[in-house]
Design a binder for this molecule. Structure first.
Ligand code: HEM
Length: 193
């Protein structure tokens, strides 16, 4: 009993708090400490963690990301033909056109590939949509009619970004024409089917 009362008196003398207040504050500090600790990983536990690959059982195939192909020059293409390069065929590159120029955006598959946030632009001429910062499919066109100065500037900035980041692989044409050389050297212009 003597020890208990000495301890209580010591707490009061040193902290200026009643023993009840002292223990309440101590308990609150302990609870706060536990809550904060639970927000962090124990350093030992963290170091013990195996690398991600080691967690994959040897019976499971390790997913191999599709290799990024070197950009191939594709030349003239109609908007209709461009649509085939929207990521639905994984063997084809992902293409996107701005101001009639076609860029290979395959390195950014996470943006433009199926399920990506900008998948709607893949295989399309996206000039108007980019100028207006619009996700409306009706704006997936090269038609810049009625755009303001500042919207055209936005489009220009996008074009610079694409020119810098991606390889240009072709250009949009309204229709494809083939120039055939006849026997007498004359050129015959023929619409391609
Ligand atoms: C809430 C609004 C938006 C947010 C938070 C956002 C955020 C982002 C971020 C973080 C990136 C990645 C940038 C990088 O790593 O290079 C990005 C890229 C992009 N954003 Fe947005 N974005 C928004 C709206 C839009 C809109 C409205 C458009 C056009 C209609 C757009 C078109 C794009 C395009 C085309 C890219 C890819 C550029 C590239 O290929 O490097 N974004 N966005």
């Amino acid at each position: 009993m003597g020890l208990y009362s000495t301890a209580m008196e010591t707490i009061e003398a040193y902290t200026g708090l009643s023993p009840a207040a002292f223990f309440t504050i101590a308990a609150l500090m302990f609870v706060t400490y536990r809550i904060v600790c639970s927000m962090f990983v124990d350093p030992e536990e963290f170091n013990d963690k195996k690398p991600i690959d080691a967690n994959i059982s040897s019976t499971q195939p390790i997913p191999i990301p599709a290799p990024i192909q070197e950009p191939v020059q594709l030349g003239d293409m109609t908007e209709e033909e461009l649509r085939a390069y929207n990521g639905s065929d994984p063997s084809k590159p992902l293409l996107m056109a701005i101001k009639g120029q076609i860029y290979d955006v395959s390195p950014s598959r996470m943006f433009y590939g199926p399920g990506g946030p900008y998948a709607l632009f893949a295989g399309r001429e996206a000039s108007r949509a980019l100028a207006l910062m619009s996700f409306d499919p009706r704006d997936l066109t090269a038609d810049l009619e009625g755009l303001s100065e500042s919207e055209l500037e936005v489009l220009q900035d996008w074009e610079y970004k694409f020119m810098e980041k991606y390889v240009k692989v072709g250009q949009i044409v309204t229709e494809k024409i083939a120039v055939l050389q006849t026997d007498d050297g004359e050129a015959n212009v023929k619409k391609e089917e």
